[in-house]
Design a protein around this ligand. Structure first.
Ligand SMILES: NC(=O)c1ccc[n+]([C@@H]2O[C@H](COP(=O)([O-])OP(=O)(O)OC[C@H]3O[C@@H](n4cnc5c(N)ncnc54)[C@H](OP(=O)(O)O)[C@@H]3O)[C@@H](O)[C@H]2O)c1
Length: 292
């Protein structure tokens, strides 16, 4: 426990986007924050931002796909804190293309970060959380962890996997007073959506049988992004709230639009949801129009 009586919290993928906002918010609430980053430049930037806000955020080098890096990060936290109260598995990535256009190595990379990375960090962090005699694990999923979506098929598959992993882990950790929650944000414009990094070269190939459908759907994804009012800070506040909750729930959705879609998915019969929600997407995909 730190001076203000709250424990240490490790956040993966804290260099930018949602993770960085979480680091600031959780530090502001008095936890001892360890921000996982992959480069020392990112680490210096975060520490400087924290300083500007009169906060303390410590950074630790952490690549969730590298066992040695995860182990070393946990050892550094153990040496300094003795134990860990919270783990926020936030690091994530995607590509954009229709499934058949994804190369095998990109699919595997997405799973390595979004699912196996979460499992790896969790496995190494658990002895530290048990040493704290209880704590919280918050896994950052997505509305795509509950509902399918075109162009991000491997991402969605990895997040569906994350949901099942979290639900099962929650049962196993119950006896130890460790609560597992899944936070699923709606769409937010961050670097994960940057065209240069997300659209795969294969999706630009005019010979792909999916080319015209992919490019017909991209403007709708852009529209969704542009019209989203959700911010990284909204997600950060929810995660901080979950960490501090005495009896956190298993699942949280952040964002009104995402909450509405999740509600419909939960309460409508499958065929009706399919007709209303996926039917609209199918119609847009079949509209005649120009691809790129
Ligand atoms: N933005 C959205 O619309 C949205 C919606 C729902 C859920 N989410 C989820 O929110 C989480 C954060 O996304 P974001 O929008 O903040 O994306 P982002 O801005 O692209 O940030 C992704 C973070 O993950 C880190 N990362 C990637 N690969 C890593 C690895 N191998 N090891 C450690 N860290 C790694 C990145 O670090 P580097 O800087 O080193 O690359 C970066 O800090 C993800 O799990 C994502 O699926 C996002």
């Amino acid at each position: 426990m730190n001076k203000r009586g709250k424990g240490a919290v490790l956040i993966t993928g804290a260099s930018r986007g949602l993770g960085r906002a979480m680091a600031m918010e959780i530090a502001a609430r008095g936890y001892s924050v360890w921000a996982g980053v992959r480069t020392s430049e990112a680490g210096s930037e975060i520490e400087a931002e924290a300083q500007r806000r009169s906060l303390v955020v410590r950074t630790v080098t952490l690549d969730v796909t590298d066992d040695g890096s995860v182990k070393a990060a946990c050892q550094a936290i153990q040496a300094s804190e003795g134990s860990l109260y919270g783990l926020v598995n936030n690091a994530g990535m995607t590509g954009r293309a229709f499934f058949e256009d994804y190369p095998e190595d990109v699919i595997r990379r997405i799973f390595e970060v979004n699912l196996f990375g979460v499992m790896r960090v969790t496995r190494h962090a658990l002895p530290l959380i048990r040493a704290n005699q209880g704590g919280r694990i918050v896994n950052i999923s997505s509305i795509g962890g509950r509902i399918g979506s075109n162009s991000v098929t491997p991402y969605v598959a990895s997040k569906f996997g994350l949901e099942g992993f979290s639900e099962s882990l929650a049962l196993e950790l119950h006896p130890f007073g460790i609560r597992v929650s899944v936070v699923s944000p709606g769409i937010i414009r961050t670097d994960i959506w940057k065209e240069s990094s997300r659209i795969l070269p294969q999706a630009r190939n005019p010979d792909s049988p999916y080319h015209q459908y992919f490019w017909r759907m991209e403007p709708y994804a852009e529209k969704l992004l542009d019209s989203s009012r959700l911010t990284p800070e909204d997600v950060a506040r929810k995660v901080a709230e979950v960490l501090g909750h005495r009896r956190p729930a298993l699942r949280y959705v952040v964002g009104r639009r995402a909450a509405l879609v999740a509600f419909l998915r939960k309460h409508l019969p499958d065929r009706l949801f399919d007709a209303v929600y996926f039917g609209q997407i199918r119609r847009l995909m079949m509209e005649t129009g120009k691809g790129r």
